[in-house]
Write a protein that binds this ligand. Structure first.
Ligand SMILES: [Zn+2]
Length: 246
């Protein structure tokens, strides 16, 4: 059976202050351009050995550095999946409409990352979820003149109604942040897991992930983190909301 491993990136840039959401925690999601180029090469090497897995490069938030990561992917004839926070379009550090068109016209996929990037998406009520998705989908469809079928969930916290709301507005491919290879379904929409690559992820760890050697470990760690988040939910919520203020 063929499997899909979607890698989750954010900013690929040498000066992190230029792109994306600006807060200390986001430093964990910044990759220097030479590091990202190395990761792309590692993926290419693994791909030759392991043809049963398709590797996808996905990028959240819609920071201006997306143009850089796209260029690095293009050097290797690869395409990325770019998920845009639509209320940031054209603001400092984020892609403008024309940039999104450039990415799309170069063959990259464009999807929604919600309209306002609520940090804990699952705390929204269903109506608010629908609104986040619908506004964002409309804006992107207006910018590109095509139907937008992909989305990724901001903040990484999702639940069943998160998937259902995304499905209801018409997204056929819903990316979350669970380190899962198997495609899940919400009615006929596909739910795809992702493997977050952070600044502190070593080449060795990344190789293990690409070789599917530490999937269970990653899933266990994610589960433990999820349990802790639930236990300290008020604190978790406070910290997450603080991040979004910037
Ligand atoms: Zn995000």
């Amino acid at each position: 059976m063929n499997q899909t491993m979607a890698l989750l990136y954010h900013e690929v840039i040498d000066d992190y202050q230029e792109s994306g959401f600006q807060n200390k925690d986001n430093l964990a999601y910044m990759h220097k351009t030479d590091v990202f180029r190395r990761h792309v090469n590692l993926v290419q090497e693994i791909k030759e050995k392991n043809s049963k897995v398709s590797y996808l490069f996905t990028f959240d938030d819609g920071g201006i550095s997306n143009l850089k990561s796209a260029q690095i992917l293009e050097e290797q004839n690869l395409k990325g999946y770019y998920f845009i926070t639509t209320n940031r379009i054209g603001t400092k550090g984020f892609l403008a409409k024309e940039d999104i068109q450039t990415l799309y016209n170069s063959g990259h996929r464009i999807g929604s990352h919600s309209h306002t990037h609520p940090m804990i998406f699952r705390t929204l009520n269903y109506k608010q979820m629908l609104e986040e998705w619908r506004i964002s989908k409309d804006i992107l469809e207006d910018v590109l003149g095509v139907e937008i079928l992909h989305c990724s969930i901001p903040g990484g916290d999702s639940d069943q109604k998160t998937y259902e709301s995304a499905h209801e507005v018409g997204f056929k491919f819903i990316f979350d942040s669970e380190p899962i290879l198997e495609t899940r379904f919400c009615q006929e929409s596909e739910i795809l897991g992702r493997f977050s690559v952070k600044a502190q992820t070593s080449d060795e760890e990344l190789l293990k992930t690409l070789n599917l050697e530490n999937i269970q470990h990653l899933q266990r760690t994610r589960k433990i983190k999820g349990t802790i988040k639930k236990l300290i939910f008020p604190i978790h919520q406070y910290l997450q909301n603080k991040k979004n203020e910037s």
